[in-house]
Design a protein around this ligand. Structure first.
Ligand SMILES: [Fe+2]
Ligand SMILES: [Fe+2]
Length: 165
């Protein structure tokens, strides 16, 4: 799907979100040490995802288009709340089974959340914005966007079944 200048940085970041989701799913399938997955998820959360959520919450509420966008905006924020609460539980959790469940939940939810924003919410935002507003929003979001380093010391998602990387 072609994204407009206004929202393209968020879509680039969504690509990174899908990479995260894929790696977690793969890591679980491969039976990678659960604390390694936890460390990886918390790292991506702190270095990128948390900020992405804040930007969406701060900039995608467009007063002039409130009526068309309000419901989807609220849905987006309440889904963000679910991620905040998963991360909060994950941070202090030492029970491996519980960590496994939280990571499972996270990778599935993030995939669905991104799908919702890309397929439903963002097209509405793009339709609702005037040319001038779209330009201004695009400039702001481009200023805020920073490329993310996707590397991780151990590429656990490439591990062959049953073998340690
Ligand atoms: Fe979001
Ligand atoms: Fe997003």
């Amino acid at each position: 799907m072609k994204r407009s200048y206004a929202l393209e940085t968020l879509s680039w970041e969504h690509h990174n979100g899908l990479v995260l989701s894929f790696r977690l799913e793969r890591g679980l399938q491969l039976g990678v040490e659960i604390n390694e997955l936890k460390k990886y998820l918390l790292h991506v959360w702190q270095s990128a995802l948390r900020f992405h959520f804040q930007v969406e919450e701060n900039y995608l509420f467009i007063e002039a288009c409130k009526e068309v966008l309000q419901d989807d905006f609220n849905r987006m924020c309440s889904e963000h709340q679910e991620f905040y609460s998963i991360i909060k539980s994950l941070k202090y959790c030492e029970d491996e089974k519980k960590i496994d469940q939280l990571i499972n939940n996270f990778y599935q939810k993030i995939k669905n959340h991104i799908r919702f924003e890309e397929r439903e919410f963002f097209p509405k935002v793009e339709k609702a914005l005037s040319k001038i507003d779209a330009r201004q929003l695009g400039q702001k979001l481009h200023d805020l966007h920073e490329p993310v380093d996707l590397s991780w010391p151990v590429e656990f998602w490439k591990q062959k079944d049953g073998k340690k990387p």
